[in-house]
Design a protein around this ligand. Structure first.
Ligand code: UGA
Length: 434
């Protein structure tokens, strides 16, 4: 099939590359001319395992190309995905100006039947607005359908998630749209859930909010565990083995971050408010997530007493491993809060340092984890990159000024760290480190 993807950000690029890999001819669009020029040369603006290879190979096979022209994309494609950003406005509401802009542009360039598919995460009823906008600005009688096809891929494992999804959700209101999308996704052999457009839109916000709720639930439990001496890892395992609950997304830590959960929880709270429902549970999910960072900071203060002039080593800056994304990363917020109290920060991250340098001033970015630990009074593990699981702690012990480790992701074993001479404190696992 001939497909256009408008918006070459995370979701757009991964979807475009994967659709091409499945044998379709894909044209990816972005209004950022610099980004498109770079992509044409094979320079990928984000770090995502396997993405560069997939883009390069499909460009060579002439199944994937890039343009800044919506006109070119719309004229050559039967299915047009909208994958532009929907950032949060100040009050938490999703900013849909990008979507409206693209819809108007599509309308101007549509001359035969086209299926326009929302892939961006959008509030319920956006599909109706897209349909209305295209109908209003279209200059001829060309027929079109609108559909919703939310994406559930995770950063860091995006290609695998796209190619092997748990389910594909398509919200449609015509047989033709349904057949086109089922045909497109057929090769993935995944269960396809066909719904109306509004339900599909809601499935996305509901799924992300539910996952965020699972994380906030386990984070709240980690506080109870810490106060009682219970172990949140064991509690999560004991709960998660119940198939109705499941093991995933029950890892306590320093809170969820990224470009999706914080934004989508905010947007869902706002939409609910607008339609007359106060979603108290989601408000609590958000509040617990904020508190988790505060607990972590207090934990550090309880261990160090005075933060001013303490040298603190930070391992991990991205919001989770295998990505260079630092949007809403708890690590970044925690570093800023420590700096405000006068801490001297030495940090290392395998991929996110270039991005972090743009938002963190006065941090000493180090070439490896050991350099970050040199002379420090405390080591903070913020992101659970695999390479941090393999560190030589007897070496770190000698490098540090004071052997104190605060593990924000519960990746280490308390007894091993204690044996290596560390004071060790984690999240809700009883070890206070004192
Ligand atoms: C999330 C969803 O998982 C995807 O299904 C969805 O497509 C995507 O948002 C989106 O809407 O685009 P992502 O933000 O890439 O994906 O990352 P996740 O792996 O879900 O992690 C989100 C945050 O939750 C991270 O900060 C992570 O550290 C945290 N987390 C996750 C925990 O603190 N505990 C857990 O048990 C799991």
């Amino acid at each position: 099939m001939n497909i256009a993807i408008i918006g070459s950000g995370y979701v757009g690029l991964v979807s475009g590359a994967c659709f091409a890999e499945l044998g379709n001819r894909v044209i990816c669009v972005d209004n950022d001319a610099k980004k498109i020029t770079a992509l044409k040369k094979g320079v990928i603006p984000i770090y995502e395992p396997g993405l560069r290879e997939l883009i390069t190979i499909n460009m060579k096979k002439k199944r994937l190309k890039f343009t800044t022209s919506i006109k070119e994309a719309v004229s050559s494609s039967q299915i047009i995905f909208i994958a532009v950003g929907t950032p949060s406005k100040a009050g938490g509401e999703a900013d849909l100006t990008g979507i409206e802009n693209v819809a108007r542009n599509i309308a101007k360039n549509i001359f035969g039947y086209r299926l326009i598919v929302e892939k961006s995460t959008v509030p319920v009823e956006t599909g109706e607005w897209v349909k209305h906008t295209i109908a209003t600005y279209k200059k001829n009688k060309a027929k079109f359908d609108v559909a919703s096809n939310p994406e559930f891929l995770r950063e860091g494992q995006a290609i695998n998630d796209f190619m092997h999804p748990d389910r594909i959700v398509i919200g449609v209101e015509s047989k033709k749209a349904k057949e086109l999308l089922i045909g497109l996704y057929g090769p993935l052999n995944a269960p396809i859930v066909v719904t109306d457009i509004k339900s599909a839109e809601l499935i996305k916000h509901a799924s992300n909010s539910f996952l965020a709720a699972k994380i906030s639930f386990i984070n709240a439990l980690s506080v109870i565990c810490e106060k009682t001496g219970a172990d949140v890892i064991q509690v999560a395992r004991g709960m998660g083995l119940d198939k109705r609950i499941g093991q995933s997304f029950l890892k306590a830590g320093i809170g969820y971050g990224g470009s999706c959960f914080p934004k989508d929880v905010d947007a869902f709270i706002t939409i609910s408010e607008r339609i007359g429902y106060s979603f108290e549970m989601l408000k609590a999910v958000k509040k617990i997530n904020q508190q988790q960072q505060e607990y972590f900071l207090n934990k550090i203060k309880n261990l160090l007493w005075i933060i001013k002039d303490k040298r603190i080593a930070v391992l991990g800056l991205s919001f989770k491993p295998n990505t260079d994304d630092i949007r809403n990363a708890p690590a970044i917020e925690i570093v800023k809060a420590l700096q405000e109290e006068g801490a001297v920060i030495r940090a290392y991250d395998p991929q996110a340092m270039e991005r972090a340098k743009k938002v963190l001033k006065g941090v000493n970015f180090c070439a490896d984890p050991y350099l970050a630990c040199k002379g420090s009074d405390c080591l903070l593990l913020m992101t659970e990159w695999d390479e941090f699981k393999e560190l030589d702690f007897s070496k770190i012990r000698k490098l540090m000024h004071r052997p104190l480790l605060v593990d924000g992701r519960n990746i280490y074993k308390a007894d091993q760290l204690k044996k290596a001479g560390f004071k060790y404190s984690a999240i809700g696992t009883g070890g206070s480190g004192k």
